[in-house]
Design a protein around this ligand. Structure first.
Ligand code: NI
Length: 145
């Protein structure tokens, strides 16, 4: 049976600041640059969520992308869109909101909420048109049960 991947892309806007509390403002600025502005700044994020599985012979889908949009909306977008990622999202508490850390946290929000027989294959989070981070799940754990 052919196994295919399907991707739904969503968009959200959010504010953040990259910093470590145990570093001075100078060190934070040196490492994180403009993204460490103490008064926050925003990004227009694009998130690509790819699922993988066999094609359902009845629907011809791997997963209805409307359902996938709903999962990503309910589990991620509603919590982060037009929010401050440092202070307003309970599942990001204590996380320095780099694109790397965000993509892993987003994976954990989505991976357990998909249709039966479908697995999360890949997430790409674009922070800007030129910067993105990709995640395909924890090493060695991304195998069908
Ligand atoms: Ni930034």
């Amino acid at each position: 049976m052919p196994v295919v991947r399907a991707t739904r892309s969503v968009h959200f806007s959010a504010a953040h600041r990259l910093y470590r509390q145990d570093w001075s403002d100078e060190k934070n600025t040196e490492v994180f640059g403009d993204c460490s502005n103490p008064n926050w700044h925003g990004h227009n994020y694009d998130l690509d969520v790819t699922v993988e599985g066999p094609i359902d012979p009845e629907t011809g889908f791997v997963m209805d992308l409307k359902l996938l949009k709903g999962v990503v909306g309910d589990r991620v977008v509603v919590d982060v869109d037009h929010r401050n990622l440092n202070t307003e999202v309970d599942w990001l508490t204590g996380i320095n909101p780099t694109t790397e850390n965000l993509v892993v946290a987003i994976w954990e929000r989505i991976a357990g909420s998909l249709s039966p027989g479908v697995r999360l294959a890949r997430i790409v989070l674009h922070e800007t048109a030129r910067n993105s981070v990709e995640y395909s799940g924890p090493a060695g754990a991304n195998i069908d049960e």
